[in-house]
Design a protein around this ligand. Structure first.
Ligand code: FES
Length: 1133
């Protein structure tokens, strides 16, 4: 594939590798070809991870390196994206640049629709902070006021030798889907409406299926020939009687009706290759296409359909009808018998009812059908029919107006408003973002002082040019070996033997490494290599190559309560994969390069595994492509696995987890199930609550022991409950162990409590916001765990947010959610500057400064925020390099939104000490400059706050957080962060109390990013396991996270002004993970809309939707006429 060619043969590392299956867009490059028909050069984005080099004949490829780089010049796209803070960890940013670059090469002034389409295939944007920024920056590409304009004359030209003459072209089967879309989009406006129905139907799918990169690569012929049930163009091609001409050995043309007959389904079976595609024109027929997917764009359809009908002229009598469905079986299915029975019927409500019944009988889905969601898929069968019914009524009316010769006895006026609403296309508009914050750097603040200013991310430019070096980008060293993992395939087994003899005979295999090869400790709570019992699918047994393993089956436990649906069942996605590189060096030294949030722990684990002193293990970490808590515990084991292999073989060892393996092995948010009993008054006041919480910890402890007690202080949220009983239960199961992902169980606990509030509001028939208001903490108060705090800023956020969207004028589908969340951990150790986090600052004789500290750059801008005011010098003098155990001896987790404040304190300490050292020199030369003071010394100076350990330990830097759960004494957390989010159908307003933000550009990005990630958790991200404990959702095709189209159309983030936090550095507050919970406002807004739909139908209001509230759950919770019809039908089976 092209991606590997770049890295291995051409040594280009700007193009990144995120998922390997075309789902994330990190590997996007531009493919240019000459179109002999239009005589134009076409530029298209493509996923290089899926692009075979052999398909590049006659094409030119452009990578991010050619677009721009730091040395010669950066491109204006890169400059705008970087300077407008359009990247976070930056791993996916080169792909984003290439998507937009390809667009601009084709369209100098692209419409907003084209810009959004160009970014469609980019899942990774959702973990980035700048959703709306991404769009807004690109939409302003033609604006020359702030940045230089795009200058097409400066771009690479298409190689003239690749321009060849006209070749045979009808609609070539090799025509890519994006090309087909563009051809149809050009054709449609030139034709009468009734002649465009089939084109419109194709366009309906071509705008939404897959992402732009995939549409630019996937051929029409390949799409049809695959016959896969989820290939949406098959049903519509079939009802449209389109023909695919197949070329096979000996025969040039074989016209084939679609769907292709069995036995002719793949190119490999009979070497048949799609040659051309004939699309039939229709005037009198009505044709429609439908699809429903997990998310709006870039997702495989759950069910899709194509429908066509022809009436007897001047009547509503059906003379021809075709209905086909995809997503039901392994190939598309025709409702042929149903259609035949409906011939001669009139197009009316009775016919519709009969059609639904017939289709449900004919397109049968057994309860155990592959793909799950059986009831929902049945519901879609009939709801698509209903849509078609309405579209025909509505469409005929339109045609009657424009083409009086084509008369139908229908009138749109006959449709009720309610029915008309079903015809509305769910089109998201153009996302607009507003960011409001108080710039609090005062006029007396020196210009070089960066604190409080929206400074660009330190690596922003390198993110956009692809020059930021992630572990994946490190070049292999001589003799380096690759390592592959062998994982367990059953949920609960005992290893009887491991026989590596067959594996060792495979050419290239050097060794097989097992637990026996670990000289020291084989992990701590969790084994790096399984030794005896294996307790979940995916547990690592040995490394290098596949080996034969004999198992004895034991009884697995997979759910925490078999009769209960899990309230949460979500996983996160981190774009960059786990990479390790261990270099063996002399004196038993070992360099470990690992994608981690905790370099010191990696050092400790590797040293223990190899029985070496810590001083022999050098752990290096430059930057991580996304982490969110998922790179704390598991990378420790990966480090041990690689280190043991390197130790045994004497070679450097490198390994990376493929996306599916990563999703299989690494943990996720703990699935959570909660039960509550709540006592309340008629006015909504809650007087007592009994909460029982169960979390599915998986097979090992991971961070379970810290997570479980945290539930108790977190669960109170913003609500004051006088009598509160919280009981937490940790459940061990035979599933991969889970971890403390973003929010440390607060997203689960918060949703649980807010669900309880909704239930009280429903029972008392009070507006939700009234119940929240009456129960929220007021003024200075004590939490349930006796932590004193002032709720004033919580109320300010609340009132500000209520004002913003004109809350009270909206009747349904709206929710306002408050948040009170702590920072850090309930343990003083994690919050202390000196013993746990350190820094080392060098001032060289030219005055340049090198800062190193214990925090890890995860994309959250920690290095950018370390640029201090203490040395009173411009930022250009300061450089931050890697985080390493060679410079910082005992850094702690970069997690819990504490990274900046504890490490910044350490750097501040050191800088203040260094400044004092320079004092005498300054006094001698008061008119001198920074360079003079340093140059005059003749030697550089450096200071580490570890060298001042004794002094600083006695000072009161950092926080004390040491609540004793038994005595209920002490402080659980240093301070609280407040925020409120209001979501409704077109937008979201967030008001945050971020106090004096050190860098508002980065912090607002964190808030936006966390919010969207939360929307994914609460509405999209669903994990499925087989009954045997095997995870079924292992990649971007089955596991959906938000994409660019999921950004609220109007997205406003407002930072509360005039707010201070006297205990944190520069009066700031940690941001990031807390905002994640605010994504639940979308969950509750949807719940509100569902409640309104149920109310209209007179259904009970005491329903409790589970998270994630997916399209399936929304549909089933609405309990409409179609779900009712399906249930009735199912009960008769
Ligand atoms: S790596 Fe190619 S699309 Fe994700």
């Amino acid at each position: 594939m092209l991606k590997f060619f770049f890295f291995n043969a051409v040594h280009l590392s700007g193009t990144k590798y995120g998922c390997g299956v075309g789902g994330c867009g990190a590997c996007t490059v531009m493919i240019s070809t000459y179109d002999p028909v239009t005589k134009q050069i076409q530029h298209r984005p493509a996923n290089s991870c899926l692009f075979p080099i052999c398909s590049l004949h006659g094409a030119a490829v452009t990578t991010v390196e050619e677009v721009g780089s730091i040395k010669p010049r950066i491109h204006t796209i890169q400059e705008r994206l970087a300077k407008c803070n359009g990247s976070q960890c930056g791993f996916c940013t080169p792909g984003k640049v290439m998507s937009i670059y390809a667009l601009l090469r084709n369209h100098a002034e692209p419409s907003m629709e084209k810009i959004i389409a160009a970014l469609d295939g980019r899942f990774q944007t959702v973990n980035c902070k700048k959703y709306n920024k991404g769009i807004n920056i690109h939409s302003g590409l033609c604006n020359t006021e702030e940045f230089p304009p795009v200058d097409p004359t400066q771009e690479f030209i298409f190689p003239p030798e690749l321009i060849v003459g006209l070749i045979d072209f009808l609609i070539g089967a090799a025509c890519c889907l994006a090309q087909l879309r563009d051809i149809l989009m050009k054709a449609v406006p030139k034709l009468a409406e009734e002649k465009t129905k089939i084109y419109q139907a194709f366009l309906q799918h071509l705008r939404t299926l897959a992402g732009e990169q995939m549409r630019s690569m996937a051929s029409l012929g390949g799409h049809i020939v695959s016959r896969a049930s989820t290939r949406e163009l098959n049903p519509i091609s079939s009802v449209g009687k389109s023909v695919l001409n197949l070329a096979s050995e000996g025969k040039l043309w074989t016209p084939c009706q679609i769907p292709l007959p069995d036995g002719q389904n793949t190119a490999t079976e009979n070497m048949a290759i799609g040659n051309s595609f004939q699309m039939k024109h229709y005037c009198d027929d009505f044709i429609s296409a439908f699809r429903q997917a997990e998310s709006q764009k870039n997702a495989l359809s759950i069910v899709n359909s194509g429908m066509r009908i022809l009436f007897s002229p001047g009547t509503d009598t059906i003379v021809d009808l075709s209905i086909l469905y995809g997503g039901i079986g392994s190939t598309i299915l025709s409702a042929r018998k149903s259609c035949e029975k409906l011939i001669g019927r009139q197009w009316n409500d009775q016919m519709l009812n009969e059609a639904c019944r017939l289709v449900l009988e004919e397109i049968f889905l057994p309860p155990s059908a592959l793909g799950r969601k059986v009831e929902y898929r049945r519901t879609l069968l009939v709801s698509f029919l209903f849509r078609f019914y309405l579209e025909v009524l509505h469409g005929s009316d339109n045609i009657a107006l424009t083409s009086p010769s084509l008369q139908y006895p229908f009138r749109c006026a006959e449709l009720s408003q309610e029915k008309m609403s079903a015809l509305g296309m769910l089109q998201s508009g153009i996302a607009q973002g507003v960011q409001i914050y108080q710039l609090r750097c005062v006029c007396r603040q020196p210009p070089q002082d960066p604190v409080g200013r929206p400074i660009m991310h330190q690596s922003g430019i390198k993110h956009t040019t692809g020059e930021e070096v992630y572990i994946d980008d490190i070049r292999p060293v001589d003799g380096e070996l690759s390592l592959a993992l062998v994982t367990n395939i059953k949920a609960h087994t005992k290893i009887m033997s491991i026989n590596a003899s067959e594996a060792l005979q495979v050419p290239g295999v050097v060794d097989v490494v097992t637990a026996r090869d670990v000289p020291g400790e084989n992990g701590k709570d969790e084994q790096a290599y399984a030794e005896d019992k294996v307790v979940c699918v995916g547990q690592i047994i040995c490394a290098v190559v596949a080996v034969k393993i004999v198992y004895e089956d034991l009884e697995p436990i997979l759910t925490i309560e078999v009769t209960i649906c899990l309230l949460f069942n979500n996983r996160f996605r981190i774009l960059e994969l786990e990479y390790l590189l261990d270099h063996r060096r002399e004196d038993k030294e070992m360099d470990v390069y690992v994608s981690t949030q905790h370099a010191t722990d990696v050092q400790e684990f590797v040293a223990s595994a190899l029985n070496l002193q810590y001083n022999k293990i050098m752990c290096h970490m430059k930057c991580v492509g996304g982490a969110f808590g998922g790179k704390i515990t598991k990378p420790l084991l990966f480090a041990v696995i690689a280190a043991v292999a390197a130790n045994k073989t004497g070679h450097a060892v490198c390994f990376a987890l493929e996306r599916n393996m990563d999703m299989l092995i690494t943990g996720r948010w703990h699935p959570f199930f909660g039960k509550y009993k709540v006592g309340f008054m008629n006015d909504g006041r809650i007087r007592a609550a009994d909460f029982q919480c169960y979390i599915n910890g998986g097979c090992t402890k991971d961070e379970f022991e810290s997570v479980s007690p945290s539930l108790i202080p977190l669960i109170g949220q913003c609500i004051y409950i006088l009598n509160l009983l919280v009981r937490g239960h940790a459940c061990k199961t035979n599933l991969p162990s889970n971890t403390a992902f973003r929010g440390f169980e607060f997203p689960q606990a918060g949703l649980f409590v807010e669900t309880c509030i909704v239930a009280v509001a429903t029972q008392t028939d009070l507006p939700h916001e009234k119940v929240r208001e009456i129960n929220m903490y007021k003024r200075v108060n004590l939490t349930s765990f006796k932590e004193k705090f002032d709720a004033e800023n919580l109320w300010k956020c609340w009132e500000e947010c209520l004002d913003k969207p004109d809350y009270y004028s909206k009747k349904k589908g709206i929710a306002i959610i408050p948040m009170k969340f702590s920072v850090g951990f309930n343990a003083t150790y994690f919050h202390q500057v000196t013993s746990s986090n350190q820094s080392l600052v060098h001032i060289y004789i030219d005055g340049s400064v090198l800062v190193t500290h214990g925090g890890i750059e995860l994309g959250q801008g920690i290095h950018t925020k370390m640029s201090h005011r203490e040395l009173k010098i411009p930022l250009s003098y300061i450089h931050l390099c890697e985080t390493s155990t060679t410079t910082v001896t005992s850094g702690k987790y970069t997690a819990g939104s504490t990274g900046t404040e504890i490490n910044a304190r350490a750097v501040q300490d050191v800088c203040q000490i260094l400044w004092k050292h320079l004092d005498p020199i300054q006094r001698d030369n008061p008119n001198g400059k920074w360079e003079d003071w340093n140059n005059g010394r003749g030697w550089g100076i450096s200071w580490s706050n570890s060298s001042n350990l004794r002094d600083v330990l006695t000072s009161s830097r950092g926080y004390v957080t040491n609540m004793n759960q038994d005595t209920e004494k002490g402080h659980a957390f240093p301070y609280f962060r407040f925020g409120v989010s209001c979501s409704e159908n077109i937008g979201t307003d967030i008001v945050m109390d971020a106090c004096f933000t050190i860098n508002p550009a980065i912090d607002i990005g964190q808030i936006e990013g966390a919010f969207i990630q939360g929307v994914g958790l609460y509405t999209l991200e669903e994990i499925f396991f087989s009954p045997e404990g095997e995870q079924l959702t292992l990649g971007p095709d089955t596991y959906k996270i938000p994409a660019i189209c999921d950004i609220p159309e109007q997205f406003c983030v407002y930072l509360l002004p005039n707010s201070c936090n006297s205990i944190a550095i520069y009066s700031s507050k940690g941001v990031g993970e807390a905002r994640f919970f605010l994504g639940s406002s979308v969950f509750f807004a949807i719940q509100d809309a569902v409640a309104a739909a149920r109310k209209e139908r007179g259904l009970p209001m005491d329903f409790t939707p589970n998270s994630p509230l997916t399209v399936e759950r929304i549909c089933m919770a609405c309990d409409d006429v179609f779900t009712e019809m399906v249930r009735l039908f199912s009960s008769l089976l």
